[in-house]
Design a protein around this ligand. Sequence first.
Ligand SMILES: [Mg+2]
Length: 346
Amino acid sequence: MKIVDLQFEESVSTYIKPLHIANEIAAEATNIRVSLLTDSGITGKGEASPSFRVNGESVPALMALRAQILEEVKGMSVLSYMLIFDVMDRFSSSSSSLKLAIQYAVVDAFCQHTGIKPYQFFGGRKEYVETDKTVSIGSLEETIADVEAIVSEGFNVVKMKVGEDLQRDIERVVSVSDRFRNISLIVDANTGYTAKEAVFFADALYRERCPVVLLEQPVPVHDLDGLKLVRQKAQLPVGADECVRTRYDAFRLVKNDCVDFINVKLMKSGLSDALAIIEIARSANISLMIGCMCESGYGISQSVHFAAGTGAFVYHDLDSHMLLRNTGPVGFDQRGAKLFVTGPGS
Ligand SMILES: [Mg+2]
């Protein structure tokens, strides 16, 4: 089960509707499919969904790392997968989505060899997770129409993007809350507010009794004092996303009492740091959600299996395959909001 080769392949998908988050609009996504070939004939597969905004990654730079990564891991056995994880941890700061793709491809090969499924490798705690679905920043009318469609598809948790215009954000969230009483809302500012704006925002939603279960990444990445202030002042649970990539980030936030929630994304952390963050959060009694970048149906299956197997997450934001064209579930089955690990190929 020794690694003999790595192949990288770019894959471009377009969004059904451009994804508008605070200060960024994306029309398409480029992912990298990784094949890890072993001397036993088994090929493990993984997908990287690079992010320049969050990870500082660019696709050409990641593609160019193939030869260097192969040099590091060639000849290593996927049965000693932690040794390969350790090698890939060195790529945490420069190419974390590629680190994930390699680490997942190793797990995939390990599972094929041993006859288990990835969610069993990760612990086998659950066989399905329930996901939310995301609403971009848009006009009030667009927002209402988008939420209406999401609710009619059977989703119970809706994630609303905010963070560009405080007053309009309050109006959008309050209007959705008034109209749809039986859903839970996650509001994600993607670093768009100052701490004072975030406290004002949270107060307004709390006063209006909006069913907001989580205010995600209200302030800029490095403003940990601001994040802590929002957590102390706001009457809503406060979570970190962009400012937690490694276990060291998570430890710093927990130690400084900055958050109620951490949003784990495999593309920010790889498997190794995601597993470490779960244990840090459990030890500190901090809650977890799992999110995604722009993964295809296969890329999302990595997080579905990870989330189901570890059973570690309160909320699941695993919807990118639904927002992109021509990329349905691979390795899991979807029924409404539920993502089952028992699909073909899982
Ligand atoms: Mg987020």
